[in-house]
Design a binder for this molecule. Structure first.
Ligand code: ADP
Length: 627
């Protein structure tokens, strides 16, 4: 037996390891199972190039919990190590690796900005163990070795009688980590980190009932067998070629990833690139609707099929964090902080690639089956609209597939819409006027009025829409967006002939004075000569003010403090209406007040502005009138 002292330059590395990443002790299992996987894959490689002349067989990795003995065993059938290799790889390479890692990060141990915490490797065992043993037998014809270390820099290394190839790691679990002796805890960790690792992982056994034979007698009792409980799927869908997978395979994999998710995804995007960086994965568009508050961080990041994190911020462009699925890339640096990640050139390339791939897929889906794309529009628009706002590269491509639905469910691309509006929706400067509603019910009377005039009205109801139309207007100087209930639409849309006013200038002045006597100050009264079919009183909101207010409420872009601005309204009175004449001509002041207030309330009612006490008073007054 040899004993020795691991060459320490740090006073004592083990207490440091323990203290380090206090919240992430659980990763020890991922690290050790990964080592077992690597050792198995290395052996496979050596056999394939004729370097190792042994049978590969069907190697698995086994994890065993010994509750009484307070031990966890991780056993692989990989290439194993000779005593010399243990000395070299565990005492020197792994140790200096861990030492370097700690040296670099001990000051930022509390910085949760380090993702993955990869690199600590074998020595992460000491986060949960007070003593670690390695019993290993190399594929080479050399005796097995037994290494023991109790958490001090001293270790022992002696021959062992293990005859089967591979490595067994035995963790003697420390008193403060006994929770890891719980079967369900370990099962949970294996399911989180190792669910898709490439070598089968056994944890316990399960009882399988054999099928009843054809010729079974009446009193036949089903036979059972104990089989290995393999907890992982070594060949997850993203490691295969898209050509090998059917729609059903993609859906099944979604279910495998999110067993608690019952809704099916709308479609998937298979990522597959090996130059200039390596990345595979499958992204899914879930049904989103207009809900912006969906849980983010549902895309899982893997490295060579080992789970790293579900926080992909910085790697996937922000707007795509609303998607689900898997990304696997060995080229994403994991020992850097989030800000470092964003500055990293390779990561930026990855993020751009994903954006481009998603845009291309959307374009293809649109071109292949437009009807289907339209049917899904409401569930995907929030991602696309957010993408147009936040990623210039995506915005540039979006014109090819982003849709603008009308209130009657006709879907236009922006180019199609422009073509359509050229006919009769331009303002006096020749700009196209895109009318839109934010809510079909609330703005019903305005939508109806616009439709009666033959105008197209879009339904744009995403919470971020005001930001987006602001951007579209900036980039398309030939158009302007106007909500149906804003500054009266006839002002904007060029009309060949304006209705001739029935009232003289003098009469108009008198009417205005009478109106202003009863109309609250919050309304700016405007007289318009419209055709007699138009409503006598219409409340509108200035487009610009409303939009700015909305933008400041939904964050970004908006003007500071706008959210607290009072609402501003116009009261447009149709001077050609019979009601306007009645108000003007009545001698009875009480009756005049009555007419104005009732008309104002009706206008408010159609804009959803009549509430509380005012609504109660209105209803009471209306009943009085009809009794
Ligand atoms: P890394 O895996 O990143 O190289 P580790 O500290 O986890 O760092 O391991 C150091 C080295 O020890 C490995 O590179 C490998 O040579 C050896 N090793 C660790 N675990 C095993 C194992 N289960 N079987 C064979 N060799 C192993």
């Amino acid at each position: 037996m040899t004993t020795g002292k691991i060459n320490v330059s740090v006073e004592n590395i083990f207490p440091l390891i323990k203290k380090f990443l206090y919240s992430d002790h659980e990763i020890f299992l991922r690290e050790l199972v990964s080592n077992g996987t690597d050792a198995t894959l290395k052996l496979k490689h050596l056999i394939s190039i004729g370097e190792a002349k042994v049978e590969y067989g069907n190697p698995i990795i086994e994890v065993k919990v010994d509750k009484e003995g307070k031990k966890i065993h991780i056993i692989d059938q990989g290439l194993g190590m000779t005593a010399d290799e243990v000395e070299k790889y565990i005492n020197q390479v792994a140790f200096s690796g861990a030492e370097e890692f700690l040296d670099k990060y001990k000051d930022s141990a509390k910085d949760s900005g380090i993702i993955g915490h990869f690199g600590l490797g074998f020595y992460s065992a000491f986060m949960v163990a007070e003593k670690v043993e390695i019993i290993t037998k190399s594929y080479k014809d050399e005796p097995a070795a037994h290494w023991t270390c109790d958490g001090s820099p001293e270790f022992t290394l002696e021959p062992a009688d293990k005859t089967s190839r591979g490595t067994e790691i035995i963790l003697h679990i420390a008193e403060d980590s006994l929770e890891f002796l719980d079967d369900s805890k370990i099962a949970g960790l294996l399911n989180k980190y190792n669910k898709f690792m490439p070598i089968p992982i056994k944890f316990g056994t399960r009882t399988e009932t054999l099928p009843k034979p054809e010729d079974a007698p009446e009193d036949y009792v089903n036979e059972t067998v104990e089989t290995d409980n393999i907890i992982n799927n070594p060949n997850p869908a993203w490691t295969k070629q898209p050509s090998e997978l059917s729609d059903e395979d993609y859906k099944n994999f979604y279910r495998e990833l999110y067993p608690m998710q019952f809704e099916e995804p709308l479609f998937n995007i298979h990522l597959n690139v090996d130059y200039p960086f390596n990345l595979t994965g499958i992204l899914y568009f879930p049904k989103l609707g207009t809900d912006m508050q969906i849980q983010k961080d549902k895309i899982q990041l893997y490295q060579n099929q080992v789970y790293v994190t579900d926080n992909v911020e910085g790697i996937v462009p922000e707007f795509l964090t609303m998607l689900k699925g898997v990304i696997d890339s060995p080229d994403i640096p994991l020992n850097v902080s989030r800000s470092g990640l964003q500055a990293d050139g390779a990561v930026k390339k990855i993020s751009n690639y994903i954006t481009r791939k998603v845009a291309d897929k959307l374009k293809a889906l649109f071109n292949e089956n437009r009807a289907d794309f339209e049917a899904k529009w409401n569930d995907i628009k929030i991602v696309l609209e957010y993408g147009m706002l936040s990623e210039e590269k995506f915005y540039e491509k979006a014109g090819a597939f982003v849709l603008y639905p009308t209130v009657d469910d006709t879907y236009f691309t922006l180019d199609e819409l422009k073509e359509k509006l050229k006919e009769n929706q331009t303002d006096k400067d020749g700009k196209l006027v895109i009318l839109y509603a934010g809510n079909k019910d609330a703005q019903h009377s305005y939508i109806q009025a616009a439709k009666d005039k033959g105008y197209e009205v879009l339904l744009l109801d995403s919470p971020i829409i005001s930001h987006l139309i602001q951007k579209i207007e900036n980039d398309n100087k030939d158009l302007t967006f106007v909500r149906v209930d804003s500054d009266h639409i006839d002002n904007l849309i060029k009309k060949e002939e304006n209705a001739i006013s029935k009232l003289s200038e003098e009469e108009k002045a008198t009417l205005k004075t009478s109106l202003e006597a009863y109309i609250p100050k919050a309304y700016s009264v405007q007289l318009e000569a419209m055709d007699s079919q138009a409503a006598p009183f219409i409340i509108t909101q200035p487009e610009f003010m409303r939009r700015m207010k909305e933008m400041s409420q939904t964050g970004g872009g908006g003007m500071f403090g706008m959210g607290n601005m009072p609402e501003m309204y116009n009261l447009v009175v149709n001077t050609n209406s019979d009601l306007a004449s009645s108000i003007l001509n009545t001698e009875d002041k009480t009756h005049q007040e009555h007419l104005v207030k009732q008309a104002l309330d009706l206008a408010k009612l159609s804009q959803n502005l009549l509430k509380g006490e005012a609504l109660t008073a209105f209803v009471k007054r209306s009943f009085e009138m009809i009794k």
